[in-house]
Write a protein that binds this ligand. Structure first.
Ligand code: NOJ
Ligand code: CA
Length: 694
C-alpha cells in the first residue's frame, strides 16, 4: 500500500508499507529493526508484561518490566497475558521546515502487543514497539474500556536493566537546580536518580541513550536505580502526589533507547523526532532561523541590571544601540531583558508582580520596536515568570496580541524557580507547587507554544521541561535551555569546565536544540573594573574556560535554529577577524554529520547550509590538547573548496593563552583530511565555500 504523505514535495521518495499480521498466542513476540541489528522481545513471563532489547546479539536491556498502577483501581502489574501482536513496517521520508537536516528518513518495524488480565474484570493494555536500526521506541496505549475510564497513575513500572559495568553521563533528577547541573561521569552503580537523556557506554564499547519522545499530557520520566544495574521510570508528581491524571483512551510518551556501536553514532540518530507527530501548524515560514544579539550578558556580568534600580540595561537608548549594531552586521534579532515592570526588588521571589505588557518608564516599547522594524531587525520579547505560572497564563494572550502588533516574532520565556517550586493557583484559589517536568507544566509549556503560534510567534524556553522532539509537531517551539548554559561562565562557581561542552552533544543535545548562547569574546569579564562602585563584579573564578576558537566552533557543534552572539557589541568590534565567522555561520542546515567524537572528550560535526553550497565544521576538545583528523569526504567529489579556518594557535590554552587563534585560508578537496591541532579547552571552526563557483 502506498501512502501519500501530507505536504511533502513530490520529489521526496515516500514509501510506506504496512503489513499487518494479527497473531494470537502466549509466546514471546519479537520485532527486529530493518537491518536486523536491534531486536526487541516482549513476553508475559510470570504473569508480568516484560521486554528486552539486544543489539547485534548483545544485551542492551535485560528482561525488564512494563506496566502501570492506578489509584483505587487494579493496574497492569500482574496476572497478565500477552494475547495478540500486530506487526507493521514503515519507510517514509519527511521534510523539516528547519533543522539539522532537511529530509529525515523514518524507517522501522513495529509490533503492537496486547496484554490482557487473566483474573478479575477484563482489562487491556497495549504496548507499541518500534525497532529502528539506531534504537527502540515503545509506548503504552491504554484503550477505552469498561473498567478503566478516568485514572490517576500512581506508578509507571517501566524498567531498564542495563549492562553491568556501564559508564553513565548523567545529571540528578528531582533536584532544586532542575537540569542545570554539571554532568557526572560514573559507573551506573553510583546513580540514585537521573534525568534523561541519560547516556551510557557498556564495557563492550556499545553506546546507548535513554530518553523519551512526544511528552504530552503526561509527566516527565526520570530514571531511578531500583536494584543493581536496574533503573525504573520515576514520573514527576503533581503537588498532591499523583503522577499523571488522565482518562482512557490515552497513550504515554515513547520510552526511547538510542543504540550505537560507538559514541558518534548517537549524534546521527533521528529517532526522537521520528517518534513525534508531524507538524500540526501547517505553513511555518513565518519562523526564520537566525542569529541575535541582546541586552543580556551585560546583566549576567553585572555591567547592567534587569531592574531599573541599578544601571538599568533595557533603556530605549541602549536598545537602539543594540539595534544599530545588529543592523550594521546583519543580525536578525535583538533580545531585550528587563524591559517590563516586575524586575525591581527580589524578582526571583516575586513572580506575581511581573507585568508582561507594561514597560518600565525608561523603555519606550513602541519606539524601540518601530526603530527595530525600520532597521530591518526584530525585537525578541522576554517573559521571565519566576515560576509564577498562573500570573503568566492570565496575561499571556493579551501580551502575545500586543507583541504581534509591535512586530515581535519571538519570545524568550523564563521559569527561574527551584525544582518543585513552580507556583500554580488552583480553581479554589489555593497556591500549589509543581515540578518543571510534572504533568501540569508539560501542559503549560505547550499552551504557551500554541497561544504563541496563533500570533505567528516562536518560543525559546529557558528553565524548560526537557525537549522530547515536540518541535516536529510545533515547529514554533524553536529552542530552549535545559542544561547549564553560557550564563554559568558569568557567575557560576565553578563555571562550566571544558569537558561540559564535550559532554552536551552526547547528552542534552540528543533531545533537541539548545539556546546555549555561545560567542563570548572577553573570556574573563569579571576581571574588568566594576561598572559602578556599588555593583561589584562576580567572583573572578567565573570565567569562560575555553579558547576563542572554541567559542566559534560551538555555533556548529551545539545546534539551535536561533543562535545568540552573546557578548557585548564592543567586544566583537575589538576582534573583527574572529567575529567574521559568527557573521557567516548559518543556523539552518540541509545536512548534518558527526564525524568523530567520544563522550566528554571531543567531537567534530560537519553541517551543510540549508541555503547554498557551503559546508561548516566545528570541532571541540575538553581540557586536553589533541589533534583531530577530519576526512573531508562530505564535500562534493571533484570540487575545489576554499576553507576558511579559525583554529587554536600553537600556544592556545583556555587557562593561559585563550586568544591564540590562527585564521587562515586553504584550498581543499573531498579527498583531503583536515588535521586540527586543538589546545586545552580548544576548538576549530571552518567554512568551506566552492572556489570560483566550481
Ligand atoms: C535565566 C535564563 O537562563 C537567562 O538567560 C535569563 O537572563 C535569566 N533567567 C533572567 O530571566
Ligand atoms: Ca537558566
Amino acid at each position: 500500500m502506498k501512502l501519500v504523505i501530507g505536504n511533502l514535495a513530490a520529489r521526496i521518495a515516500a514509501l510506506c508499507v504496512l503489513v499487518c499480521a494479527p497473531f494470537s498466542a502466549a509466546a514471546d513476540v519479537t520485532v527486529a529493526s530493518p537491518d536486523g541489528a536491534v531486536v526487541v522481545t516482549l513476553s508475559d513471563a510470570g504473569g508480568e508484561a516484560n521486554y528486552s532489547v539486544t543489539f547485534h546479539g548483545e544485551s542492551v536491556v535485560g528482561r525488564s518490566r512494563l506496566g502501570m498502577l492506578f489509584k483505587d483501581r487494579e493496574g497492569f502489574d500482574r496476572d497478565l497475558r500477552l494475547v495478540s501482536a500486530r506487526k507493521a513496517s514503515s519507510d517514509t521520508t519527511w521534510e523539516q521546515p528547519w533543522g539539522e537536516r532537511r529530509y529525515v528518513r523514518n524507517r522501522y518495524n513495529e509490533t503492537l502487543v496486547e496484554f490482557a488480565s487473566v483474573n478479575g474484570p477484563s482489562r487491556r493494555m497495549n504496548v507499541r514497539v518500534r525497532a529502528y536500526d539506531d534504537g527502540v521506541g515503545f509506548r503504552y496505549e491504554i484503550p477505552k474500556q469498561k473498567n478503566i475510564g478516568k485514572v490517576n497513575i500512581i506508578d509507571e513500572l517501566t524498567e531498564f536493566a542495563l549492562p553491568h559495568g556501564s559508564t553513565a553521563w548523567w545529571i540528578p533528577a528531582r533536584s532544586w537546580n532542575r537540569y542545570e547541573y554539571l554532568y557526572k561521569t560514573t559507573d551506573i552503580s553510583e546513580i540514585i536518580e537521573a534525568h534523561t537523556p541519560m547516556t551510557l557506554r557498556a564495557p563492550t564499547g556499545m553506546h546507548m541513550s535513554i530518553h523519551e519522545a512526544a511528552l504530552v499530557n503526561y509527566s516527565g520520566m526520570a530514571l531511578k536505580q531500583s536494584a543493581a544495574d536496574r533503573f525504573k521510570a520515576d514520573l514527576a508528581p503533581w503537588d498532591d502526589g499523583i503522577l499523571v491524571k488522565t482518562q482512557t483512551p490515552f497513550v504515554t510518551p515513547w520510552r526511547t533507547i538510542e543504540i550505537s556501536k560507538n559514541a558518534v553514532g548517537l549524534l546521527n540518530s533521528d529517532l526522537i523526532l521520528n517518534l513525534n507527530e508531524p507538524n500540526k501548524l501547517g505553513d511555518v515560514s513565518w519562523f526564520k532561523p537566525g542569529k541575535y544579539v541582546g541586552i543580556w550578558w551585560a546583566m549576567h556580568i553585572r555591567d547592567r541590571t534587569w531592574g531599573h534600580e541599578g544601571i538599568h540595561g533595557a533603556t530605549t537608548a541602549e536598545a537602539k544601540r543594540y539595534i544599530d549594531f545588529a543592523a550594521k552586521y546583519g543580525f536578525d534579532g535583538v533580545l531585550v531583558e528587563g524591559w517590563n515592570v516586575g524586575w525591581d526588588g527580589d524578582w526571583f521571589d516575586n513572580g506575581d508582580l511581573f507585568n508582561f505588557t507594561k514597560a518600565f518608564p525608561d523603555y519606550d516599547l513602541k519606539a524601540v520596536t518601530d526603530y527595530a522594524c525600520k532597521k530591518g531587525v526584530r525585537i525578541i520579547g522576554h517573559n521571565e515568570t519566576s515560576g509564577a505560572v498562573t500570573n503568566y497564563e492570565k496575561q499571556m494572550g493579551a501580551a502575545f496580541d500586543l507583541y504581534k502588533r509591535l512586530g515581535i516574532r519571538m519570545v524568550k520565556t523564563g521559569y527561574v524557580a527551584n525544582g518543585g517550586q513552580i507556583e500554580r493557583i488552583d480553581q479554589k484559589g489555593i497556591r500549589r507547587y509543581e515540578y518543571h517536568d510534572g504533568q501540569f507544566m508539560v501542559g503549560h509549556y505547550l499552551r504557551v507554544v500554541q497561544e504563541a503560534a496563533k500570533r505567528y510567534i516562536s518560543i525559546d524556553t529557558h528553565e524548560p521541561v526537557k525537549d522530547t522532539g515536540l518541535r516536529r509537531t510545533y515547529p514554533n517551539w524553536v529552542s530552549r535551555e535545559g542544561a547549564r548554559g553560557q550564563e554559568y561562565n558569568a557567575w557560576g562557581v565553578p563555571p562550566n569546565p571544558p569537558e561540559h561542552v564535550a559532554i552536551l552533544p552526547f547528552t542534552r543535545m540528543l533531545s533537541g536544540p539548545m539556546d546555549y548562547t555561545p560567542g563570548i569574546f572577553d573570556l574573563e569579564p569579571n576581571k574588568r573594573p566594576p561598572a559602578r562602585s556599588d555593583m561589584p563584579r562576580n567572583d573572578p573564578r567565573s570565567r569562560v574556560e575555553s579558547t576563542l576558537a572554541q567559542q566559534l566552533a560551538l555555533y556548529v557543534v551545539l545546534y539551535s535554529p536561533i543562535q545568540m552572539a552573546a557578548d557585548l557589541p564592543e567586544n566583537y568590534e575589538k576582534r573583527p577577524k574572529a567575529f567574521q565567522f559568527i557573521l557567516d555561520v548559518p543556523t539552518d542546515w540541509s545536512e548534518s554529520r558527526a564525524l568523530n567524537g567520544e563522550v566528554g572528550d571531543f567531537v567534530t560535526i560537519a553541517r551543510k547550509a540549508r541555503h547554498g553550497e557551503d559546508w561548516y565544521v566545528g570541532a571541540i576538545t575538553d581540557e586536553n590538547a589533541r589533534t583531530l583528523k577530519a576526512p573531508l569526504d562530505f564535500l562534493d567529489a571533484g570540487r575545489i573548496y576554499k576553507a576558511e579556518i579559525y583554529r587554536d594557535g600553537p600556544k592556545a590554552d583556555w587557562k593561559t593563552n585563550p586568544y591564540d587563534i590562527v585564521i587562515e585560508n586553504r584550498e581543499v578537496r573531498s579527498t583531503d583530511t583536515l588535521v586540527l591541532p586543538l589546545g586545552p579547552g580548544g576548538g576549530a571552526a571552518i567554512r568551506f565555500t566552492p572556489a570560483n563557483g566550481k
